[in-house]
Design a protein around this ligand. Structure first.
Ligand SMILES: [Zn+2]
Length: 64
């Protein structure tokens, strides 16, 4: 996602609160730890927004 040129203060990627320079890019040690634990744990998964294969409806493409 391209970043806009707005000079907006960075927010904590986890909760959205203004980040603390001591824990950047997070707002607190809690969020930082939660992120670390999440990466090592199983709760932090990369969301997959891709549709399943073979389910695409091709009825709209009636070429020729
Ligand atoms: Zn936070």
């Amino acid at each position: 996602m391209p970043s806009k040129s707005t000079a907006k203060p960075r927010a904590c990627p986890l909760c959205g609160n203004p980040r603390d320079e001591a824990f950047k890019p997070f707002c607190s040690r809690g969020c930082r730890d939660r992120d670390l634990l999440g990466w090592f744990g199983e709760s932090y998964r990369v969301p997959v927004d891709q549709p399943a294969d073979g389910t695409a409806d091709t009825d709209n493409f009636t070429d020729e």
